[in-house]
Ligand binder design. Sequence first.
Ligand code: ME8
Length: 647
Amino acid sequence: MSKPTFYITTPIYYPSDKLHIGHTYCTVATDAIARYKRLTGYDVMFLTGTDEHGQKIEEKAKEAGVTPQEFVDRIVTGKCGILDLWKLMNISNDRFIRTTDDYHVTSIQRIFRKMYDNGDIYKGAYKGKYCTPCESFWTESQLVDGKCPDCGRPVHDAEEEAYFFRLSKYAKPVQELLESGEFLKPASRVNEMINNFIKPGLEDLCVSRTSFTWGIPVDFDPGHVVYVWVDALFNYATAMGYMNERYDDYARYWPPVNIVGKEIVRFHSIIWPAMLMSVGEPVPKQVYGHGWLVIDGGKMSKSKGNVVDPYVLAEKFGVDALRFFLLRTFPFGSDGNFSNELLINTINTDLANSLGNLVSRTTAMIEKYFGGTLIPEREAEAMDEELVEMIRGTAEKYAAQMDAFQLHLGLEEVFRLIQRANKYIDETAPWVLGRDETKKARLATVLYNLLEALRVSLILLTPFIPESCDKAFVQIGAEREARTWAAASEYGVLPADVSVRKGETLFPRIDTAKMLEELEKLHQTAKKPESKPVLPDVTIDEFARCDMRVCKILRCEAVKKSEKLLKFALDDGSGTERQILSGIHKFYEPEDLVGKKAVAILNLPPRKMMGMESNGMLLSAVKEIDGKEVLHLMLVDDDVPVGSQLC
Ligand code: ME8
């Protein structure tokens, strides 16, 4: 009989930066679910990947002076990149999709055309506020004081040709789907979607862009690239072979369970099913919106400098300990506050004390009293019954939680059994039994029961800490057939004369104070500001064409109605005054600058700002420190003559 299938996915992450512990959390959780499903007999397809197109990546690549493809290649396949991270974290994905893969690009073009042909995508006009110098569209709410948020200049109403998806047409079926109860989990997210997005009215979605090129071209209208979310969402289908010849697994695995972070639930539970309805394909079995890992209650972000590097944690604590911590501590549907103290406490309490000790004490006693191999004689007592019942019953309770993706509660069931077994040691006092030759059969029974409790616990822990479980199975003498799902609800699976093998300590106890100090040191080193990569070469002639001279600041005043701009009157040595506008009011007050000598580039084309002309630009030294931009105007000593040229 063929196995039932189960298809599960993570979001495809943006390779715009290194991934952090938040991405790792989602991938490890999805991995644990995939492993659990395999354990319980499913034919599992587990997909993860990267979302490689879009304006942000295009800009990042430009900043780094490389092509967008080179940029993403480095982050995805480079050393300590995304593929390396998933290998390190022991992620068991069956497939990895990159949205720059040829087959995906072809499929997206076919999908876009299909929706165009069926009338769900149409050409219209994107209306917004346009800043001509910045070539950017803004919405009303993005404007600052009614002006361009980037440069402070006036914007005007503009229209751009764009393609739209008829999202409005699907408002009703999507609402019904959301209300069906099974589609979007946890249930708390359903009302949020209906009240915040469906009830106010779903507008058609702009699904093409012409303002940048790093995307999948609309093949029948080449100036347009497909909106990155259309490109990204369909990855779950194209990776199975939908609309391409590269794979042939769509019929077997579709529809998927999509695990996503809460901030992208809207895309996955409204836009995604609507587009699937449009192309006539089944919607996901479930979209599960997990919570965020936060630090001190706030979101992790590069600019705050509080992102946590999974490589560092895995190296310091071990991959399994890190995986375990993430899934044991935080309820999957809610936010969780990450801290190193919590990480260390969890490892010490659960892994070193409860589980690690149970393995080492049990195997050490079997070595000590039986030379490593139990005698087959038994002598049961009534006090064994509760433990034996838990050995038989824990898997079922665990499965109920795991099936609902309540991973922390699944683990809770396992640790209830482990704690019960530890208590059983105190109750039966094997060290007392060991002193009495007539109690050998009783002692063997106690130790056998402990091994059985461990065996079942380890089967159930395998999805979370696979490598450690493999090692522990060897230590307790559990062969392959004693590690199966069926064997997880049985008592008496290990042979009566089982042999144990002492091994390495699975989870050494961590010295909290020492470790925190080490981590703090690492954090300080990591906080050292990163320098930006050097830009591509310019020739000496190109450099010489920049006319930079020392100018004296004659007058300086703040520009009315602008928070940023200062207006300078400068003596550049030519005999006529030069006017330059500069957005540095955040860093200087006008009176601090009058009389000083600064450096300006004079031969930039004149530019209008807030209706005034700026003839050149004052040079500043700029750096991001602790996520904040620090700016210093390039001031020179008073004895440098006005008009001196930089060369
Ligand atoms: O949104 N805590 O990619 P992304 C928990 N490319 N999870 C976190 C997290 C945190 N602090 N930070 C990130 C994208 N995540 C799109 C997805 S899918 C068709 C396209 C996890 O790189 C979480 O799962 O910003 C979140 O949804 C995902 O990373 C976002 O990754």
